[in-house]
Design a protein around this ligand. Structure first.
Ligand SMILES: [Zn+2]
Length: 339
């Protein structure tokens, strides 16, 4: 290192005066050159990215209705667990590229400090007490209250808490929320895999008439339209949507109703939708929805991926979770590399 510093001083920095007698080599070696090299080797050195592994997983997966398998021999498919691995893989890759990466959760526990017990009174107030005194109707009511309290704790307020954490504590340049999509089970069939498999990404927008009438929604709309997050979300969303479709080979998803709208004709995988997380987070936020986990094609790939992990075998060449993570890294590099 000191040879290189002496060389640079004599040929470039102090060619006509003897810099080696004046400069403290130790200072240059530990600080300046290391930082300068980072600028070349680490194209994402200026980026602070937050990753939200969607949902919770673990013992909460059943309550989240994100826990299924087709036969008893299969591995359980739990969205909250799959996307946590994807988030960790993205963090490893991005950290090597110089980015700072913060995950919103590191395990299968909610980050909301309140438990469902804290929501018991609220849930009780929302559920009409039974008119009958029969044991069955009393038990049904108690179960309805419990289920609502759990929903409030691990879904509604969990999302609110994640948004608060991003806005007030982490304050990253951007947030990417990682999900794996699923289709409604076909009517009348019990857990029969569907044929259609597709991918898309979401950014904030598309408020309905009813939503727009609410003051809290109006406030967020104005904040999101004036805080600079909008154009970045569109650009980042387009890059991530394109990278996702290229990496997975899947067609772009279609929304048939009026709860979502396509943003760019050239990027059919990019949709705007008024989801709670997209609305509440201040920084540019993109929510990823690749794969239909209960489709024939993606279900088979998820089972293969989970098998390899369970038996500690080499990952399949087309591992679905690696493919997902790679697509996100590609989209981020396309957005931020020249930044
Ligand atoms: Zn999800």
């Amino acid at each position: 290192m000191s040879d290189q510093i002496a060389y640079e001083l004599s040929t470039r920095y102090t060619p006509y005066s003897d810099g080696t007698t004046v400069i403290d080599f130790g200072q240059i070696a530990t600080k300046t050159i290391a930082e300068a090299e980072n600028a070349f080797d680490q194209p994402l050195a200026k980026l602070h990215l937050a990753l939200d592994p969607g949902h919770v997983g673990g013992v909460w997966a059943e309550w989240e209705r994100r826990n299924f398998r087709i036969s008893k021999e299969d591995h359980w498919v739990r969205e909250g667990e799959l996307v946590l691995e994807v988030a960790r893989r993205i963090r490893t890759r991005l950290t090597r590229l110089g980015a700072k990466v913060t995950l919103l959760r590191e395990d299968y526990q909610p980050i909301n400090p309140k438990t469902f017990i804290d929501y018991w009174a609220l849930a009780t107030a929302e559920k009409m007490p039974p008119t009958e005194l029969s044991l069955k109707s009393q038990l049904d009511h108690a179960l309805a209250v419990r289920n609502r309290a759990i929903y409030l704790a691990i879904v509604r307020d969990e999302i609110a808490e994640r948004a608060r954490l991003v806005n007030e504590v982490i304050q990253p340049d951007a947030l990417i929320s990682l999900h794996i999509n699923a289709a409604s089970w076909p009517a009348g069939e019990t857990q029969q895999l569907v044929e259609s498999d597709h991918a898309h990404v979401l950014i904030f927008g598309c408020l309905s008439v009813g939503e727009l009438a609410l003051p809290s929604q109006q406030t967020r709309l104005v904040q999101k339209m004036t805080n600079g997050s909008g154009p970045v979300e569109a650009q980042l969303g387009a890059a991530l949507g394109s990278a996702l479709v290229e990496a997975t080979g899947l067609p772009a998803s279609n929304y048939l109703g009026r709860n979502a709208v396509r943003i760019l004709p050239k990027v059919p995988s990019l949709w705007a939708r008024n989801l709670m997380l997209l609305r509440l987070v201040d920084c540019p936020t993109v929510l990823m929805e690749p794969y239909i986990s209960n489709s024939q094609s993606s279900y088979a790939r998820i089972q293969k991926a989970l098998s390899a992990r369970e038996y500690h075998e080499p990952l399949p060449a087309d591992d679905i979770l690696v493919e997902y993570a790679d697509a996100v890294v590609t989209g981020l590099l396309r957005t931020y590399e020249c930044y």
